[in-house]
Design a protein around this ligand. Structure first.
Ligand SMILES: Nc1nc2c(ncn2[C@@H]2O[C@H](COP(=O)(O)OP(=O)(O)OP(=O)(O)O)[C@@H](O)[C@H]2O)c(=O)[nH]1
Ligand SMILES: [Mg+2]
Length: 280
């Protein structure tokens, strides 16, 4: 039998919207893998960031914030947990310490946590609360569920992240790596570029607009400069004019911010061509 020295495992992040799951993923990978905003339900699909360190590879998987909706559960959880190819070694429940936890949420957590063999509690946003609050929430959740460990971190201020990773590595099984070293995410470049622009829409527009937007990206790569063509697709004409804004000011702002981030990602200058279209 082959003597496997390498370690590899999948670590999942689940939690309520806005808990800081995507921020945590980005802090671990040290790169913007998953988009972040102050609005709830920013993350739309499951997305992984891959950390390869020494002998160990960890596939950290970010998920959309849990909402109480049957369709949501079917879409995001049934396949994921049943599918053997995508076995989850450790499941982390990420909690926003600023928010109170109600009974309904406890029962949602119970429903979800029982699907995993090993659950870890990650209390996030320690930068925003007093020490007493940490112990209060930690005691509450540990009295209700069986977590193998509890961590207290600030994903945004990058506090407790290295210690968290170090402890996780101890729980990762011996197994061949899934990804080559150097690969940081499971999503292709077009997806990542679409997400950058979606993030700007989330940050610059209010209410329901961000949730009704879909983005399609095409790249034409030339030596010096790449051309990125993006269609921002919306359902209604009224949404289209809100995104464009008065004299095109909004779309210009989205484009400017998006271009900066896309250039960072591609590590070259780009020409960004944004159009807004209505499509059913
Ligand atoms: N102060 C503080 N803010 C944080 C921390 N972690 C995340 N945030 C903020 O919380 C908000 C939500 O963060 P996200 O990472 O988008 O949260 P999420 O859990 O991925 O949210 P969904 O994708 O909607 O499920 C953003 O405004 C973050 O900047 C933290 O440790 N401290
Ligand atoms: Mg998110």
């Amino acid at each position: 039998m082959k003597n496997i020295k390498k370690k590899c495992g999948v670590v999942l992040f689940i939690g309520l919207p806005n808990a800081g799951k995507s921020t945590l993923l980005n802090s671990i990978i040290k790169k913007k893998i998953s988009i972040v905003s102050s609005k709830v339900q920013t993350t739309k699909d499951q997305i992984s960031g891959i950390l390869t360190k020494g002998d160990t590879q960890i596939i950290f998987t970010d998920t959309p914030g849990i909402i109480e909706n049957k369709r949501f559960f079917n879409k995001h959880y049934s396949r994921m947990v049943v599918n053997k190819e995508f076995e989850i070694d450790l499941n982390c429940l990420v909690i926003d310490l600023k928010r109170d936890i109600n009974k309904k949420e406890i029962s949602i957590f119970r429903e979800l946590l029982k699907r995993f063999n090993r659950n870890i509690l990650v209390l996030n946003k320690i930068d925003l609360v007093k020490k007493e609050r940490l112990f209060e929430i930690s005691n509450l959740l540990n009295s209700k569920f069986n977590f193998i460990e509890t961590f207290m971190i600030s994903a945004k201020k990058k506090k407790g992240i290295e210690f968290f990773i170090k402890k996780l590595i101890n729980n990762i099984p011996n197994r061949e790596w899934i990804y080559n070293e150097g690969i940081l995410t499971d999503k292709d470049i077009n997806y990542q570029i679409s997400e950058i622009t979606r993030e700007k829409v989330f940050k610059l527009l209010n209410k329901e607009i961000p949730y009704s937007v879909n983005i399609v990206t095409e790249i034409e790569n030339n030596k010096q400069i790449a051309t990125v063509k993006q269609q921002i697709l919306v359902k209604k004409k009224s949404q289209k004019s809100i995104i464009i804004g008065k004299n095109g000011e909004k779309i210009k702002m989205i484009g400017t911010k998006s271009r900066i981030d896309i250039e960072k990602l591609l590590e070259k200058k780009i020409f960004l061509d944004l159009i807004v279209q209505t499509k059913d």
